[in-house]
Design a protein around this ligand. Structure first.
Ligand SMILES: [Zn+2]
Length: 479
């Protein structure tokens, strides 16, 4: 499991320190398979939407209870397991919300619990706390199951429904497409066991949905390293999305950055995105002359949203391939510590709400490409973990990586003479600016790795399981 950046301890001092987030020692990993589906019948669609509303209602009720308790002078604290206990009390009173089983309701309560934990964490660290909020219909799209009751993945079909399908209690049989079945079978062949499920409404009407099935115990690939012992430092810019320095000389890098395997240019990605950008701008201009929310306006909006999704998919594929290449080549990969979690959120935002977040304010061009470096970082971590064989991912301090000379170590803001060129006024070192930055990142990773070796190569700090039962107070005995 990839260690969260919050828990990962630092190895090494100052700038030469770093956090290890993947150690390549896992035998098995957890992965999610995403499947798009449409409800088979109107009744199934209605049932899914009703379940979505029941879980939202549960979230809001559980939140209300916690708020009341928190604001009460006694400051009573209610925990998740106490709230789980309320579900059985619904029997005979609200049987309508129990037809799907208790798991989806528990999942909503866990979401409340997480919202409160995050709230109290922000309070304790002095951040803007932001009290957990009630969810309106537009802000609640997902139904979840943390355990394997209430649903079943039947890849071999059943007697009554011989084709592969996903069965959900109270919703019925959801058929799986052939590509989905192929992916799910692959996971099963690697020993994967389906353990969690989420169902997400993919459009407003509820006619399109996504199922995400989490597989535990998936055997790692044990993918051999093409250059054993090699360490890559990765600089994530926007013009050149990824540059890495694995030991080639400055002269080699300047002569043939594309062919020496030192830089990954995103020219292809950028040109494909810019044609989409042109199409989006044309449609937006067309739309501006139409009556807002009219038939034609909505039609154009749908086409714009589709283009945003396409751009996002192209970027995701590019990031995945680049990451796979990096992980195949190198044993150790060093990235800048740029708040991976926030980046993962932003990359996700562009997928989920293409019309809203992207292109709103800050220039469409940048918006279309800005998630790419973060996507590469995320995929590098995921692919390295799956590859196994001792692969390590380090996150290092990003300060001054573009202003420091990789040859003599002097930091000077005037060293970067153009966006592309680095020239050290102190020692005369001259190099492509992104490669110079990548070398600095690599050097910081190597220093952290040395400190880690001296510490005896300790394993990762594993995040705690999500559903950990707290010790309950013993039941009060009547005397
Ligand atoms: Zn220098």
């Amino acid at each position: 499991m990839i260690s969260s950046t919050i828990r990962a301890p630092r190895y090494g001092q100052g700038r030469a320190g770093g956090k290890l987030i993947v150690d390549g020692r896992d035998e098995v990993v957890f992965r999610k398979a995403e499947i798009a589906f449409k409800p088979l019948t109107r009744a199934q669609k209605r049932s899914l939407l009703k379940l979505l509303d029941a879980t939202r209602e549960t979230f809001n009720a559980a939140l209300q209870e916690r708020r009341d308790a928190y604001q009460h002078p006694s400051r009573t604290k209610i925990d998740m397991f106490q709230q789980f206990g309320h579900i059985t009390g619904l029997r005979g009173v609200r049987d309508d919300v129990l037809v799907w089983g208790i798991q989806p309701l528990r999942w909503s309560m866990r979401r409340v619990d997480e919202a409160f934990s995050a709230f109290f964490r922000r309070v304790s660290t002095g951040e803007t706390p932001g009290y957990p909020r009630f969810k309106g219909k537009g802000r609640w799209r997902t139904i979840g199951y943390d355990e394997t009751t209430g649903w079943k993945l039947n890849l071999g079909g059943t007697k009554k429904h011989p084709r592969p399908h996903l069965y959900v209690q109270g919703v019925g049989v959801i058929p799986l497409s052939n590509p989905a079945v192929r992916q799910l079978r692959q996971y099963a062949e690697r020993g994967g066991v389906p353990t969690t499920l989420t169902l997400t409404r993919a459009n407003k009407e509820g006619s399109a949905w996504r199922a995400s099935i989490g597989f535990g115990d998936l055997a790692v690939e044990q993918l051999p390293v093409a250059q054993p012992g090699s360490t890559a430092g990765i600089d994530r810019g926007v013009a050149v999305l990824v540059a890495l320095a694995s030991g080639a000389t400055a002269a080699e890098a300047m002569r043939a950055p594309e062919t020496s395997g030192i830089m990954h240019h995103a020219d292809d990605l950028v040109s494909r995105l810019s044609s989409i950008r042109a199409a989006i701008i044309a449609l937006q201009q067309d739309r501006s002359g139409k009556k807002k929310y009219g038939r034609r306006w909505r039609q154009l909006s749908r086409r714009i949203a589709r283009l945003h999704r396409r751009a996002s998919n192209i970027e995701e594929n590019w990031a995945r391939h680049t990451a796979k290449h990096l992980v195949t080549e190198h044993e150790v990969i060093v990235l800048e510590d740029l708040n991976l979690q926030a980046m993962m959120r932003s990359a996700k935002g562009t997928i989920e709400e293409p019309g809203k977040n992207v292109a709103a304010k800050s220039g469409l061009n940048r918006a279309l490409a800005q998630a790419a470096p973060a996507r590469v970082a995320r995929w590098v971590a995921v692919k390295a973990e799956s590859a196994g064989l001792g692969r390590r991912i380090w996150l290092v301090n990003p300060a001054n990586t573009s202003q420091q000379c990789s040859a003599c170590g002097v930091i000077d803001a005037t060293n970067r003479i153009t966006r592309e060129t680095f020239y050290c006024g102190s020692c005369g070192h001259y190099e492509h600016a992104d490669i110079n930055a990548a070398r600095n990142i690599r050097a910081r990773g190597l220093a952290a790795e040395r400190a880690w070796n001296e510490a005896g190569r300790p394993g990762l700090v594993r995040p705690k399981p999500r559903l950990r039962r707290r010790k309950r107070p013993p039941p009060e005995t009547a005397s």
